[in-house]
Write a protein that binds this ligand. Sequence first.
Ligand code: MEV
Length: 442
Amino acid sequence: MSKEIQGFSKMSKKEKIQWMAKNFLYANPIDVMKEFAGFWHDNIEAQKLLDGFSENTLTNFPVPFGIAPNFMINGEIYAVPMVIEESSVVAAASNAAKFWLSRGGFKAKVISSTKVGQVHFQFDGDKEKLFFLFNTEIKAKLLQAVKPITANMEKRGGGVKDLELIDFTSIEPDYYQIRCYFETVDSMGANFINSCLEEFGKSLVDIISNDARFNLEEQSIEVIMCILSNYTPECVVKAEVECNVDELGSFDDGKMKAREFAARFAKAVRIAQIDPYRATTHNKGIMNGIDAVVLATGNDFRAIEACAHTYAARDGQYRSLSECTIENNIFNFSLTIPLAVGTVGGLTSLHPLAKRSLEVLGNPSAHRLMEIIATVGLAQNFAAVKSLTTVGIQKGHMKMHLTNILASFQATDAEMEKARQYFEDKTVSVSGVREYLLDIRK
Ligand code: MEV
């Protein structure tokens, strides 16, 4: 039987599920239908809205939506919505938030919020003439050409900030690009930027192909593509915490004193600065927190991820995004990260839970949201490195994972409660939990 299909997108949701079950699953199609339908939204309008976000949707894929309370950021308290499936993340963020709450909280500040787009083109001709005319005439004409698109954005305080012609011909024959800089205020701005870029592309060809100062070869300028760049090294925010080393307290039931902890913590961050293997995991811990808030607020976590890792490698080696210093007995831990997020437009207002998340955060501006997200990334990183350099990560992780293991053995509520008490002072493992359940089920 052929597994290929024509016209799949035209089929009803039920037909799609049946076709999938018949062709790709060994389960009974009736059971599959029940399972998938079990995750449909009761409210038909709400389901229609979700279906509209994507194509060929069969059902919804629920992921926990949690809250990490007690985040003091720039003197204000936030409860931060987080959407994530990894069991220990919200607990770790909440612990770090509480830890710093009694030590002055987090400080966060947007450094700049410039976004970037590119018009990539081929030009076979006189480079100097191109640069001269670009800077004296063409740039102004391009900016004029996008006025109908930028009018509204300008009213909100944004728009096109600058255009720069860049010569790549020493690496790729005839290849140039116009790098375009934008301010998109509270929106992530992808649609606005791409609309401007496509207009720049069309106008560029129009201007050069109709200018007699360019010869025929030059007039056959070709635009290859126009698209925003998800690398936004000038859309950057810094979050930090700071306290006297002695204020850090003691760890591992008093076995590790503040001074030793601070030194071990700073060393761990330093290791992530110099070794890409460790840096990747270290930054993954940061992204645990960042992605969870980005998702909860309806922002694009793929864009945030792609950008963060390029930024982490900006000097040619992949490094930790966070830094730790101990100077004059002051412990300082900071995270500087590019975050191109929005609080208007896109899913932020369309997805009812994204809208709620933003409401919980006090309907922040994009700048404030950048500060909140960077703070959660820093808190997450603090929690992970604190565990790693004190009691180790598995103690907390496996405690949280215990619920998942118990669920996989269909433990009842009473069994779960008993098991939690039993494993309170024991190492959690899948086989240990299996044996324990067999024992109490005897
Ligand atoms: C696990 O999701 C994240 C950590 O591995 C991060 C780290 O090692 O820093 C705990």
